[in-house]
Design a protein. Sequence first.
Lengths: 353, 353
Amino acid sequence: MKFNIALLAGDGIGPEVINEAVKVSDAIAKKFNHEITWTPALTGACAIDAVGVPYPDETHEVCMKADAVLFGAIGHPKYDNDPSAPVRPEQGLLLMRKKLGLFANVRPTFTFPSLIDNSPLKRERIEGTDLVFLRELTGGIYFGEKGRRDGGETAFDNCVYTRAEVQRLAKKGFELAMTRSKKLCCVDKANVLETSRLWRETVQAMEKDYPEVTVSYEFVDAVAMRLVQWPNSYDVLITENLFGDILTDEASVISGSMGLMPSASVGEHTSLYEPIHGSYPQATGLNIANPLATILSAAMMFEDAFGLKDEAEAIRAVVNKSLEQGVVTEDLAAKGTKAYKTSEVGDWLVENL
Amino acid sequence: MKFNIALLAGDGIGPEVINEAVKVSDAIAKKFNHEITWTPALTGACAIDAVGVPYPDETHEVCMKADAVLFGAIGHPKYDNDPSAPVRPEQGLLLMRKKLGLFANVRPTFTFPSLIDNSPLKRERIEGTDLVFLRELTGGIYFGEKGRRDGGETAFDNCVYTRAEVQRLAKKGFELAMTRSKKLCCVDKANVLETSRLWRETVQAMEKDYPEVTVSYEFVDAVAMRLVQWPNSYDVLITENLFGDILTDEASVISGSMGLMPSASVGEHTSLYEPIHGSYPQATGLNIANPLATILSAAMMFEDAFGLKDEAEAIRAVVNKSLEQGVVTEDLAAKGTKAYKTSEVGDWLVENL
Ligand SMILES: CC(C)[C@H](C(=O)O)[C@@H](O)C(=O)O
Ligand SMILES: CC(C)[C@H](C(=O)O)[C@@H](O)C(=O)O
């Protein structure tokens, strides 16, 4: 098969980890007789520096024409202390999600047996955890009307959801649950918010179309607790944009493998794959960042965007092997053992594929 | 001194745990020569059953006349599966907060050395944790306009904050930080929300009035992570209503002592003290619920509402003693040891005061 993949390396360690994912993807493509064309494009702080905006129209066109988008990370410290600066990298991210119609963010949290002791949680709490969040990504309070009144003394943000927006996200949730353990948790704050009541009633009405799926409804504050107490009691969770932002980040650190967690954002036109970690500016250019989350994001791309399960499994298998053999960057290296460089990990994976 | 305390036992285990707090408070009052008049009033599901509304006007009057309010828990399973029922216990809670002007919810998370192994977190992660959240409680998306449009197909919730609302909450945060380690963390989502940008700029402008306090600004998703990773790196945190709802619940389970965490809601007219746990309906009437969070809430009341630090310390000391000697309810009893009943714990505390 032939693929055209948009390559958005972004800022900080983005280019370094993307580089290794390209290496591994090319090796897989060679092995399985595919042909990948990579089309790089600018986004984030580097796009602001180059052309003044964080998500240029040219980048959007590259993404729209691509079969999938592979994304590194965005963000630069020079924007961090001024969240009201007129142009910021995150705006590019939000604009990209909206313009590409990436309405569902798929964020798995799972464990690697060899990394369980990295978790802040006790072993018996985290063992067996394998959950997936589907976070709504193009609606809610992120995209509602916002502004000031009373000469700047009053600020407002509107949270808005339509039934259709809830349905398309929930549909993905039910479908995913059908491929897993058939358990779906709808996370809301229906005891306080009208948008949450719309979420709940919409999902309740869809239950009859998926009679095999057992649906539970939990309040966001209760989920924030249980994620720390018994993460292994969850399977598929669906939720709105802001709750998803908070809970998926919380979930990402409990596994002890945050540097390894991939994610996908799927939607109307194309889909985007990215590691869940940030741009880690302090490590930029040092060749020490862990490339595995990006490489596992590429695996998700092979499986979900191109339907190539064997290729994805081959990547996951070699990543597992590298972990077992301790071919890892400094964040995962055991005390007293050698830490590999970012590019060395990629090279090793390619050799061992 | 003479105090008039409104006693809102509420639902589920509320009456049982409140009962023990009253016993202990009366014993302390006797010991230190104070006189307490308790005025019971209805709230929650029991108020709906009795008079049709969850926060009756009579209850409001009792609270307004009182020097402080001691609160148990509200909520009943018969309302749980229908968050859009026209009358629900939680509405009483929100109405009470608003009408009593309880704008700041003070929620500490700390550890008891003897309970550290109950934490889902590893010992080295949780040891030394001693943080306090100040959650804004009468504004934001909880109280903004909400409703439906397009024949019910679109739902909305407005989040609104004024600078004055932020200032009065932040002022309490700065003042609290001055009495502790002089570290304040403002939790927001200023990279996305206009209300968060108002929060951040307002707190930034107040920094000059508290030159000794070191203020940090963190995004809510980052805090959701660090609370699990390094909770002991936080001291005082201030945040808006919805973020506070989620993060304080997350924080409450990390200590391993959730059944022991007290809280206060302070405001314009009076202040209210309550355990942070829920109404635990399954345990109602069984005399097994842990009364310590309510008793420690009474201690907070003595110290903060009445300025009686010795009385508060005496309560805390005897609670510590009961923990050390294993005089605890079944949730805390070590395997193979005797679990005390709710009322037995109260009796023991009174005897050992
Ligand atoms: C950078 C920020 C706007 C973004 C979000 O809140 O969605 C990030 O936290 C994420 O989760 O991808
Ligand atoms: C019951 C609910 C309305 C309430 C809230 O969200 O404030 C509760 O979760 C709390 O934190 O006191």
